[in-house]
Design a protein around this ligand. Sequence first.
Ligand SMILES: Cc1cc2nc3c(=O)[nH]c(=O)nc-3n(C[C@H](O)[C@H](O)[C@H](O)COP(=O)(O)OP(=O)(O)OC[C@H]3O[C@@H](n4cnc5c(N)ncnc54)[C@H](O)[C@@H]3O)c2cc1C
Length: 569
Amino acid sequence: MMSRKHDVIVLGSGLAGLRAAIEAARSPEVDVAIISKVQLMRSHSVCAEGGTAAVLQPEEGDSFELHAWDTTRGADFLCDQDVVMHFVEEIPKEILLLEHWGIPWSRRPDGRVAQRSFGGHSFNRAVFAADKTGFFEMQALYDTLQKYNNVSRYDECYVTSILIKDNVFCGITAWDLTSGEFFLIQGKALVIATGGACRMFGFTTYSLTATGDGLAMAYRTGLPIKDLEFVQFHPTGLVPSGILITEAARSEGGYLLNNKGERFMEKYAPTKKEVAPRDIVSRSEITEIEEGRGFPGPDGLDYLHIDLRHLGADKINERLPMIREIAIKLNFIDPIYDPIPIRPAAHYFMGGVHTDIGGATLIEGIWAAGEAACVSLHGANRLGSNSTAECLVWGKIAGDKAVKHASKQRAFAPLPKETALQDEEARIFRRFNADAKESAYALRRELQKTMDSQVAVFRTGSELEAALNKVRELKQRLPDIQVRDRGRIYNTDLLSALEVENLLDLAEVIVTGALARTESRGAHSRRDYPQRDDTNWLMHTLAYYTPTGPRIDYIPVTITMWQPVERKY
Ligand SMILES: Cc1cc2nc3c(=O)[nH]c(=O)nc-3n(C[C@H](O)[C@H](O)[C@H](O)COP(=O)(O)OP(=O)(O)OC[C@H]3O[C@@H](n4cnc5c(N)ncnc54)[C@H](O)[C@@H]3O)c2cc1C
């Protein structure tokens, strides 16, 4: 059994993790580790397609205030407005940094960085690299990280727990999937950048690996999870795979059509139409389908169309080449000639590990950034292109704070127990047995079915109660999961069991928070409480782990500029 030591541990190598690692590595005296359950560049962030929001052209009419207002209104006023203002001021600097680090941003004819519109933004401010923005951003960060020789990589290592003593971070335990080794890394500072968990839904745009491990570990370590009931459904998940058809397909001019060929968004959001915020477009789509104006799809996945034909081949090939490729390869449809079948798909967690504006959590030495964190930027509904932007801004902030903290610590904090590593190893490898009855894959499917049908775009109290009972029943069946593979190398059987446990803990937090929140706000839309209720519910949900289920608490929203008003688009 091995124990290693690094001053700063970055858990996750997506956009937030890579950006944090670069910032930490800029201090040459500090030893940085970056750890990822997949190969570093296979992180989910490479999937980001459409763009990253930033104010770059103030002389053409955009402004920080406008970006902040769009974000706040989009968030249905549940964001912290000091956080929003800080965000809009910082992100342009990150765009320029990436430019200096060699990213091939798409350009305007005059050579300046091009920007496209995105849902809920009132200015064309999404910077992009065709429809592969995340891939190119990851590549630019990855290349930059190669400059530093004080960074150790732990690829394909699955972190199982975060160790603390007396509310101070001291290390993590991890399983090297390639060698089977189980080891401890002691650290002085940790940045949690493990992404979201929409894989608890069946119809989702997420990578298979996005199972919320870091969120679940943080929760079990005692960190509160904030606003997790707010799950974003993206209006254009390709039917039946769920692969994303980027919002850029609409911002480049694509139409959403029902089975009568009508541009139905004209009814629901007369000004913004297809580029209204995602919560509004997703609700409109489900309404069209429920009222009989959809197309029948497989396994209940009734759908609508996104039509790009009028954009023409040149524009589709220049601006949306990957979307064309996806449609051709997965659905045998060429968008130059045919509309694409789509419906809302689970896409993003607005909630996450509760942090302050500096990315700090309530445990000394732990920061969180990116989709795993909830700094309260997106509130009840994120605007498209604000997430990659958040990863860059708070990746940098968290990396910077973590490295400063680590530099001040003379020694590594003591472990909670001398046998911490052995105890965790036993918990991981000896808990499940080969003769048990349950299948982790079946449990995951049952969870996904429940979440898809009862915790979706529209929710009701009775559905949420049924979902909570089901999640609790699945949790009780967890210990009886059969893990037939007794090996340690690439044991995907065991991995799947560990992931489903994490998904179940987080599903319980989502459903408990959603049941308690008796109003409709942003992506949380209750048919039995259709109105937003600012008197009672303009507050953040905090969920604390207890062995019998989450304990819920609430904290106020920070309002510095705008009181809530009705959202009209
Ligand atoms: C298809 C798609 C397209 C999108 N397009 C856009 C867009 O155009 N613009 C935009 O702003 N947003 C977009 N988003 C959202 C955005 O891409 C994500 O929110 C963002 O990339 C998340 O980055 P992250 O760094 O927080 O986490 P991730 O990229 O999810 O990285 C998580 C990291 O944590 C690691 N990890 C997790 N668990 C463990 C564990 N147990 N042990 C070790 N490592 C672990 C993973 O290996 C990975 O390295 C899109 C999302 C999807 C699904």
